[in-house]
Design a protein around this ligand. Structure first.
Ligand SMILES: [Fe+2]
Ligand SMILES: [Fe+2]
Length: 298
């Protein structure tokens, strides 16, 4: 067991590993029963507890979902004073609160892991379909995170941005091979099919609990600042910030990558193109941040 937190105990005890045979606290963990002792040192035996030697102590289990996940112990502040039933009940209430918080944290962790697994599975499906999209998505993730940091996005928005950047073209899974892998230039009808990918991607993601916000960012990643984009023709700040970031990073990443029909553009030239679209295709604040991000990466 690990001493996770404490008050009034020597600081170096926190984080210390206590053996299952060290003190009767281990009994609380194995039996799930509360315990009252006349000497706190009986509960936790290492010498660090010398300061509370002779003080009465109590320990209660912290349990949720039918298993004991820890124990909460306390000592009286003065030697030879009593540790009564009332205090034990109070300690048990505190242990219940701790259990509720730990249970919530563990559920949250499981939910986050599930979301991440979904993102990974979809990204893997997308990568299998089209290797070029896989490399492209990684470039967009790297740039988008750098831009998001420069625009001071909070931690939750950064995670959302990372997932959306990774999956922004996931809707291309539904684009037929004849169009997706067509070697020559696409005709207007084929472009119309390609243009469906942002809405298709959003549809797929919206069906996964926890990815609703990511779905919205994906839906709007081809909207333009001036409202001439797709699928909904949103303009300006009505386009989610994550979508505006991905839009500019997407264009920059596409220009700086090799394509079968042309060589990669160098970074300066690609940035010039992005700056040309500042205020028409792209959000000016995002263009500034992307320029700074690229300068930092060089
Ligand atoms: Fe796209
Ligand atoms: Fe893209």
């Amino acid at each position: 067991m690990i001493a996770a937190a404490g008050h009034g105990l020597p600081w170096d005890l926190i984080g210390a590993r206590l053996g299952a045979d060290e003190g009767s606290l281990a009994r609380v963990l194995t039996s799930g029963e509360s315990l009252l002792v006349t000497d706190y040192a009986e509960l936790v035996r290492p010498p660090e507890t010398a300061s509370v030697r002779g003080c009465a102590g109590a320990a209660v289990p912290i349990q949720w979902n039918g298993r004991v996940g820890g124990a909460l112990s306390a000592a009286t502040t003065a030697p030879h004073s009593e540790f009564g039933k009332e205090q034990l009940e109070l300690l048990a209430e505190l242990a219940d609160l701790a259990a509720a918080a730990l249970e919530h944290a563990s559920e949250r962790r499981q939910f986050d892991e599930l979301i991440e697994a979904h993102v990974e599975a979809l990204a893997a499906a997308m990568d299998m379909r089209d290797r070029r999209t896989a490399r492209h998505s990684e470039d967009v993730v790297r740039l988008a995170i750098a831009v998001g940091n420069l625009l001071h996005l909070d931690a939750a928005s950064l995670v959302e941005l990372e997932f959306a950047a990774r999956l922004h073209d996931v809707g291309k899974i539904r684009v037929p091979d004849a169009v997706l892998h067509k070697p020559g230039p696409l005709d207007e009808q084929e472009y119309d099919v390609i243009r469906c990918h942002s809405a298709w991607g959003a549809e797929t993601l919206a069906g996964i609990p926890g990815l609703e916000a990511v779905a919205a960012v994906v839906r709007f990643h081809h909207e333009r600042w001036d409202g001439a984009g797709y699928p909904d023709g949103l303009s300006g700040a009505r386009i989610p910030l994550g979508s505006r970031i991905i839009c500019a990073c997407d264009a920059y990443a596409a220009m700086t990558a090799d394509r079968p029909y042309r060589d990669a553009m160098d970074s300066d030239k690609a940035l010039q193109e992005i700056v040309c679209g500042c205020g028409s295709q792209f959000d000016p604040a995002v263009v500034d941040a992307l320029s700074d991000a690229v300068a930092e990466m060089d």
